[in-house]
Design a protein around this ligand. Sequence first.
Ligand code: NDP
Length: 290
Amino acid sequence: SKQAVTVLGLGAMGSALAGTLLAAGHPTTVWNRSPGKAHPLVERGAVRAGSAGEAIAASRLVLVCLLDYRSVHEVLDAGTMSGKVLVNLTNGTPAQARELAGWAAEHDADYLDGGIMAVPPMIGGPGAFLLYSGSRAAFDTYREPLDALGESRYLGADPGLAPLHDIALLTGMYGMFIGVLQAFALVRGEGGEVKAFAPMLGRWLTAMSGFTERSADQVDKGDYTIGVVSNLAMQAAGFGNLLAAAADQGVSAELMTPLRALMDRRVADGHGAEDITGVIELLKVSGKER
Ligand code: NDP
């Protein structure tokens, strides 16, 4: 028979996780602060726990997917964690994950941190992947229910690894959002239809996605001259046009100006012949060595 699972938190994501586990045949106990959100899952066969404490008691495997770590601490304090395997899928920082792992150890529970690289409708589908770090034993023991949620990737014993990679991936995504928003604002500023423009932007972003691999090699080697096809001095000159065009359209360039300042500083420092990747050298904050 399939392993029993408890899911704490039935927001958009927690409900998708619980629904997918039910569909995969796992006996699933659910709890949510606002009890109404359990209804659709109970109709599909989930067991509703009367309290968070009851929910924690119901299964050895306890999945938590709440708004933030503050709510996680509030909810977990209501139960007895001894002997449990806590899989925390709540978004947070590496430091928060390490702190919670320490808390779990003090309460005699195993800890696995998870980062969900999917939106709720993708859970259980081929496009979803989830990052895990912390207890390898927990990951191996519960591989089946974890794999039901999406492709599982274990990154290492340090619980901070999954949130580090999760946050880095989200950072890349928000960089893309910045570009898309600014591009749409420019087209709209000229009275253009954004819907007609969007496929062109999608095509261009796909064509440029190779930047991730090329620049990774430069960063790892600390050599921003490797394979340069578009030198920074040229890019800095062109980037000025992005800001000037925005001003002409009555569009704010505030999402873009920080990058311009960094590009110009790097050129002024004598790195104009290198790739734009060298800007990363200006992002080092003092006091923390690699
Ligand atoms: P929702 O806003 O839909 O749900 C938030 C959940 O947190 C609800 O169950 C809410 O309970 C609960 N909650 C908030 N504060 C408390 C508290 N103090 N005590 C108890 N419960 C509390 O968010 P999602 O489900 O979308 O997100 C949950 C987690 O999943 C987040 O960490 C998010 O970053 C992560 N995630 C979400 C993705 C998404 O696209 N949705 C993608 C990847 C990760 P109540 O119903 O009572 O308000």
